[in-house]
Design a protein. Structure first.
Length: 437
């Protein structure tokens, strides 16, 4: 999950408008170069339960790379709350890494700055070829019709996680498949100080992910074919209202969730305070908080009716982490070798299994390790019923503007203020005006 600050999106907009060509990235004079590839600097995103957990997971793998190539990798794990700001600063200052992780929803926005290495045929061939990767993952690595700005590293999708004990105690025999069923089950589960569903109301990215999916189910894309925002369309308004109504009307989300932004909903789930949560690859976090695999289950995110698929039955955005290279790194050859290493079959199997994500590399994805019930749900969702967020240059502004509007609506619901179609539309109209300024 990611929290994107308004300042970061504003900076990105300025960078794009100014035509930043990306002087950022690259090792220091004591670092590597194509002639003498001694070191690389790598910014990894926080994928595990903590920064320290990521360091323990990644350090042995980076040592393997050093042993194979003689290139030492200097690792920094950057929290999601800081990552976009750090990347944007690097694009303008030149003080950044050689290789970095980015959220796949940022791909088109960062691509527009010109700071990242384009992955054309020659560059893809250097790491084994574009056809090694799942098509939907590559489609989320940059704007349509352009060479991707990054390479898929970890693929993710949303699932509905449910607490088996809570379900059994409430007499519920199976996870809900439709939103009506989820609300009905949630009401049975919301009693005695416990709640049916958890949410992260102050997490702007999570707000976007959930409302984008509901928008798809209501026939709304949030942008028209020319890339102009359509936040106030009937479908977009209905999607946002449906999401907020889970607290405001249906009363299955605790009011305190309006302030959650740092995975508190997962902690509540692990402690049995909530019975369901919509999340990407939560297994490792549950384990770190003392849950056993048999304590919880995973099911596809509900749809309005029928079964998950495309069109109005999309039930997840195409989530994931991409690996990018700053175009002006002094060690381009070493950087590509590192991307090749991290996307090799062996590393893809190991790292994605550890993080509970799905490999975007086809041969690694076929491994039996990714046939566990929860991972099978994620894999099936990615293959059949996930859609990428709009690949437009101002996507990050979209996440901030609409994500903030949804955050404000959560606050209204938590405070007991009415959440109506008119109030939702007014918030989204304000967000659209912000985008058009």
């Amino acid at each position: 999950m990611r929290t994107i600050r308004a300042a970061a999106a504003a900076t990105l907009a300025i960078s794009i408008a100014a035509g930043v060509t990306g002087c950022g990235g690259g090792t220091s004079a004591e670092g590597g170069s194509n002639d003498s590839p001694k070191t690389l600097t790598y910014w990894a995103s926080n994928q595990g339960p903590s920064i320290e957990a990521d360091k323990k997971i990644l350090t042995p793998e980076l040592k393997k790379f050093e042993e194979q190539t003689g290139i030492k990798v200097k690792l920094e794990v950057v929290p999601w709350a800081d990552l976009l700001n750090r990347i944007l600063a690097a694009t303008t200052s030149g003080q950044g890494p050689d290789v970095l992780n980015i959220g796949n929803t940022w791909s088109a926005s960062l691509q527009a700055t010109g700071a990242l290495l384009p992955w054309d045929k020659a560059n893809f061939d250097a790491i084994g070829g574009r056809d090694r990767f799942v098509d939907s993952a590559v489609a989320s690595a940059g704007a349509e019709g352009k060479d991707p700005s990054a390479v898929p590293l970890y693929s993710l999708a949303y699932a509905l996680y449910y607490n088996k004990k809570s379900f059994a105690e409430a007499g519920i025999s199976k996870p809900p498949a439709t939103w009506d069923e989820l609300v009905a089950d949630g009401k049975k589960l919301s009693k005695g100080g416990k709640w049916g569903l958890g949410a992260e109301g102050a997490n702007l990215s999570n707000n976007i992910h959930q409302t984008f999916v509901l928008g798809q189910q209501h026939g709304a894309d949030f942008f028209d074919t020319a890339g102009k925002p359509t936040f106030t369309s009937d479908g977009a308004v209905a999607a946002v209202k449906q999401y907020i109504d889970l607290m405001a009307k249906d009363k299955i989300i605790a009011p305190g969730n309006a302030e959650y932004a740092q995975n508190q909903s997962l902690t509540d789930f692990a402690k049995g305070k909530t019975a369901m949560v919509l999340w990407q690859a939560a297994a490792s976090t549950f384990a770190s908080q003392g849950m056993k695999p048999e304590d919880w289950g995973a099911a596809p995110v509900p749809v309005a009716s029928g079964t998950p698929g495309q069109g109005k039955n999309v039930n997840s955005m195409v989530a994931g982490i991409n690996m990018a290279v700053f175009k002006n790194t002094k060690n381009i050859d070493g950087a590509k070798k590192f991307v090749k290493f991290m996307t090799s079959d062996a590393e893809q199997k190991l790292l994605n299994k550890t993080y509970g994500s799905i490999p975007p590399v086809k041969t690694a994805q076929a491994d039996a390790a990714f046939s566990a019930p929860d991972l099978a749900v994620l894999r099936e969702t990615l293959a059949r019923s996930a859609a990428p967020l709009p690949q437009v240059p101002n996507e990050s502004q979209f996440e901030t503007a609409v994500g903030t509007a949804v955050k404000e609506l959560w606050a209204d619901a938590a405070a007991g203020r009415p959440v109506t179609t008119e109030s939702v539309k007014a918030r989204l109209e304000k967000a659209q005006q912000t985008m058009q300024q």
